[in-house]
Design a protein around this ligand. Structure first.
Ligand code: GDP
Ligand code: MN
Length: 373
């Protein structure tokens, strides 16, 4: 096969019959959905969609995780919707709670303050637990132990193009570790000290601030009088939000983690888990409302070379209120957020046989659009 033309070409450009790719062996991989019993309808819609667009040919297992025991109705309905094996597991209570060293009373006080000051979802205890879970213990769940790769699904997401190749196999053969669709800016009030803590961890562990890590720094936007290093140093010492001790400021860019195809081995490995343990000890999953998306993003930029990241620019993906539409689907644009980190390769994919057709047809037919696409 031809070598890729640049670091992050799409894995596939042209239409193919997915039954050809499906003849190759499967990876050790699973689709994974965390959900509540109350999300039965939306969860079923997601599964029906991913089956129509991908899994009807590849039959990967789907692991459903919940912090509460599953309703028999959920198990019955979702079992009937998955073409591969469906696995239903309950998360241990300790993985869905405050960590040792964080007082629940203090945490609840802080979450009430966050709610009062309008921090996005800052007052929802379950949301904080969810973000902490997805940042750390998700990767070490026994239900995921047999797998090397995961594809994260959520109730209510929608894939608008058929995926006619095996993205796990493509990640493996291209040496990739982390794949995303949409990149955006984080809500600033949710994580004022996150970047400071990540950068402190970096320094304490003698990890270099690589150019890749530094792509997450705000540089050009900074007014001229904040650019000289003594000024930056002062801003760092003053503990400005999103600013490291050295006075470098994070640009809030992150990958939207409701979609991820990534290596479980990387995230359950020592490098990532020790960064997570550091962040967990610092308490910001409760004292602030750190999201798993910026935690993952800062970690992959700190710990991985850029060649191990992949933008699935060929995937049509919708999660309210944002979506990605491949640049070659005629007449549709991408949200500006998608261009933030990589210049938006989706825009230049050219006409590779995509048409606006119904979902689930064989071939890489694509239907993209706004709210209901
Ligand atoms: P948003 O996308 O950031 O608005 O967050 P969501 O509400 O979609 O939550 C992200 C994921 O975590 C989804 O898969 C939800 O189903 C799941 N989730 C969120 N809160 C809970 C919870 O309290 N219990 C369970 N079991 N799942 C949750
Ligand atoms: Mn969501």
């Amino acid at each position: 096969p031809r070598p890729p033309r640049d670091l992050d070409e799409p894995f596939a450009r042209h239409c193919q019959d997915p039954r050809i790719a499906a003849q190759r062996p499967r990876e050790k991989a699973a689709l994974v959905m965390l959900a509540r019993n109350s999300e039965l309808d939306e969860a079923r819609k997601t599964i029906q969609n991913i089956e129509a667009q991908f899994n009807q040919w590849f039959n990967y297992p789907v692991v459903f995780l919940n912090n509460e025991p599953w309703d028999p109705a959920f198990v019955r309905e979702l079992n009937a919707s998955v073409s591969g094996q469906a696995i239903f597991d309950t998360i241990p209570a300790k993985d869905w709670f405050f960590p040792p060293g964080v007082s629940p009373d203090k945490a609840r006080e802080s979450m009430a303050q966050q709610a009062a000051s309008g921090v996005y979802k800052g007052g929802l205890e379950s949301y904080h637990h969810m973000c902490r879970f997805y940042s750390g213990a998700f990767y070490t769940q026994p239900a995921l132990a047999p797998y090397k790769w995961y594809w994260r699904l959520e109730p209510g997401v929608r894939y608008t193009c058929a995926v006619t190749y095996d993205p796990f196999a493509a990640m493996a053969s291209h040496g990739k570790t982390y794949g995303y669709t949409v990149a955006l800016w984080e809500e600033p009030a949710t994580c004022p000290s996150l970047f400071r803590e990540v950068d402190a961890y970096r320094e304490a562990n003698h990890l270099p601030a690589t150019p890749h890590f530094n792509t997450l720094l705000e540089t050009a936007d900074r007014p001229w009088y904040q650019r000289p290093w003594p000024v930056r140093k002062l801003l760092g010492l003053l503990g400005r939000p999103h600013t490291s001790r050295a006075g470098e400021r994070w640009n809030l860019c992150h990958y939207w983690s409701n979609f991820e195809i990534a290596s479980l081995d990387f995230f359950r490995g020592a490098a990532y888990q020790s960064l997570f343990a550091h962040l967990d000890r610092r308490g910001g999953f409760y004292a602030e409302r750190w999201g798993d998306a910026p935690v993952h993003s800062l970690a992959v930029h700190l710990l991985l070379p850029p060649a191990q990241l992949h933008h699935f620019s060929d995937f049509g993906y919708h999660h309210h209120p944002f979506w990605q539409c491949p640049g070659n689907a005629p007449g549709e644009g991408q949200l500006p957020g998608n261009e933030a980190l990589d210049g938006g390769p989706g825009r230049e994919q050219g006409a590779a046989g995509w048409t606006r057709e119904s979902e689930g047809a064989i071939g890489c037919r694509c239907r993209c659009g706004g709210e209901d696409g």
